[in-house]
Design a protein around this ligand. Sequence first.
Ligand code: OGA
Ligand code: MN
Length: 210
Amino acid sequence: MRGMHLSPDDSLLTHIVDDLAERGWSRQRLFLPESLTGELARECRKRAAEGELAPAGVGRGAAQEVREGIRGDHIQWLEPGQSASCDQYLELMDSLRQALNRGLFLGLEDFESHFALYPPGAFYRRHVDRFQDDDKRMVSAVVYLNDHWLPEQGGQLRMFPEGGGVLDVLPVGGSLAVFLSGDMPHEVLPASRERLSLTGWFRRRGNEPF
Ligand code: OGA
Ligand code: MN
C-alpha cells in the first residue's frame, strides 16, 4: 500500500516505464505523498536560509562555471543520511530505479540529485542533461515541491520532444517529470515566485576508468 513502505504502487511505476519506452518522457501528478512534499519543501527553504545552497554551475568538472544568463538556480547536492525526509525521497527514487532496470534494461546503478531553488525571474535555458564528455546520465527525474502553483505563475519545464512541438509541465507540488537525459532538450521558464524542486539523474556505469 502506498505510504506504508513509502514506495509508489507498482502500477504508477509501470506507467512511468511504459511512457519512457513509448515517448521518452513521463509526468505523474501524484508521485510524492503530500506530507513528504511539505517536509522536503521546508528542508529546502531551511537549507537556503542557512546559506547552504549555491549558484549552480554550467558544464562539468574543471570547465564548470556559474553563468546566470544560462541558469539562475541555487542548488545543494543530496547525501544519504542527512535527514529522514531526504532519505525517504532517495528510497522512492531507488524503487523507480529498480523499475526502470526491470522494464527497460538500462543498467542504472547510481542516482545523483540536488535541491534546486529558482528565485523569482530565474530560468534555465534550453539544454540537454547528458554531458558531452560523460554519457552516464540516462534518465532525468524532477520532483516539484511547490504548493498551489498556478499556470499564470510560469516556471514551466518546457520539453522539446524529437517529433516536434513543445510539452509544458507546471512545477506542481508532489508531481514528477521524467525524461531520457540524452534525447530531450528542455528549459525552465522564469516564474513570478520562488520555485523549488529536487532534480536527479539515474546513471549507468561508465566505461572510462576513474
Ligand atoms: C535541470 C533541469 C528542470 C526543472 O536541473 O537540469 O532541467 O524542471 N531542471 O527543474
Ligand atoms: Mn536539465
